[in-house]
Design a protein around this ligand. Structure first.
Ligand code: NAD
Length: 245
């Protein structure tokens, strides 16, 4: 067990990559708090507890600073410490530049960028006090290479790589590491709306020969959240089956 006695927050843990991560971390011995807007997280946490996994749900929007601060205080009150933050919540509102509305821009940036800032700032104070912390955020391989129709999403995912490097510099001396992951094509609710024939056309671009699963990313989060990754700081780990860029 690699996360025994650790307290972890997984944002966007009600579905997809976050749900796989919450379950994996709990199997590795952590107490996990799922922060999500979707109440599906409550049933997931309940199902996990039936399997003796210590998973809890809090209905929190990462875009709401006051709610994030209140949830942080609650986790601290319940467990006394916060060891791991997985900034995983994310949304898309895809449109080409010429069609993108201000609302599409604002919504994606509020969740994917301000949300990551809100959660990291709230927990970093406690991690500094403890002189220990692991912050891992979801970027994307499109944050490295761009993608058609995703000005807002790519802006947020590139910014996460930059913020991660800043936090590595600022927080490293407090025993805190900050890293991010750049997933490739992963089968989740987020990518469900892509038509099947388009998904199939993407397969030849992936040397692994198939789309990734949520657990492929969860294992990356696990490594970067573990004590074994103590000397890894400020990186963006691409997990994409070797997709052509
Ligand atoms: N699926 C992919 O191919 C892929 C590729 C690269 C990066 N990513 C990133 O990985 C992360 C997880 O993606 P996924 O595919 O599992 O997505 P998903 O849509 O399956 O799950 C995202 C979760 O985030 C939650 N969420 C949305 N807004 C929220 C908010 N304001 N506050 C709290 N929770 C909120 C949703 O309710 C949902 O449970 C995202 O940051 C995404 O951008 C995904």
């Amino acid at each position: 067990m690699r996360l025994t006695n650790k307290t972890a927050i997984v944002t966007g843990g009600a579905a997809g990559i976050g749900a796989a991560t919450a379950e994996l971390f709990a199997k590795e011995g952590a107490t996990v708090f799922i922060w999500d807007t979707d109440m599906a997280g409550a049933s997931l946490a309940e199902a996990c507890r039936k399997q003796q996994l210590d998973v809890h749900f809090m209905q929190v929007s990462v875009a709401d600073k006051a709610a994030v601060e209140a949830a942080t205080a609650k986790v601290k009150e319940l467990k006394g410490r916060i060891d791991i933050l997985i900034n995983n919540a994310g949304i898309t509102r895809d449109k080409t530049l010429l069609k993108m509305q201000e609302e599409d821009w604002d919504k994606v940036l509020a969740v994917n960028l301000t949300g990551v800032f809100n959660c990291t700032q709230a927990v970093a104070h406690h991690m500094k006090e403890q002189q220990y912390g692991r912050i891992v955020s979801a970027s994307s391989n499109v944050g490295l290479r761009g993608n058609y129709g995703q000005t807002n999403y790519v802006a947020s995912k590139s910014a996460i790589i930059g913020m991660t490097k800043v936090w590595a510099l600022e927080l490293g001396r407090f025993g805190i590491t900050a890293n991010c992951i750049a997933p490739g094509f992963i089968e989740t609710k987020m990518t469900d709306s892509i038509p099947e024939e388009v998904k199939q056309k993407m397969v030849p671009l992936i040397p692994a020969g198939h789309w990734g699963k949520p657990i492929d990313i969860a294992y990356g989060y696990l490594y970067l959240a573990s004590d074994e990754a103590a000397y890894v700081n400020g990186i963006c780990l691409t997990i994409d089956g070797g997709s052509a860029r």
